[in-house]
Design a protein around this ligand. Sequence first.
Ligand code: ZN
Ligand code: ZN
Length: 102
Amino acid sequence: MASSTQTPCLTCQRLRKKRCPGITNNTGPCDECARLHLECLVPELRPRFRRPEWFNDNQKLTRSREEIRAWTTSRAPREPHDILALSEILSNTSPDRCRKEM
Ligand SMILES: [Zn+2]
Ligand SMILES: [Zn+2]
């Protein structure tokens, strides 16, 4: 068996700072993302691990964390395919809702 290592997803590891149960089959979602209806951000591992461009973008990280918190604390009923599209939040280069407030 070669595939015994469990890859943590970036949603847990980077955005939620939680322990990730691991991505199965390198496609996701991991159990945590599935449970919380979050998009499971699978890191790029081939040819080697590469950090996505938002990895150190504090503005995007903060914004996604706010979205995740709002999403996970909301008690609105959800369909199984209803997931929070994190990659959209993270790829959005023109923040509409998030102005500079520092
Ligand atoms: Zn995870
Ligand atoms: Zn995940």
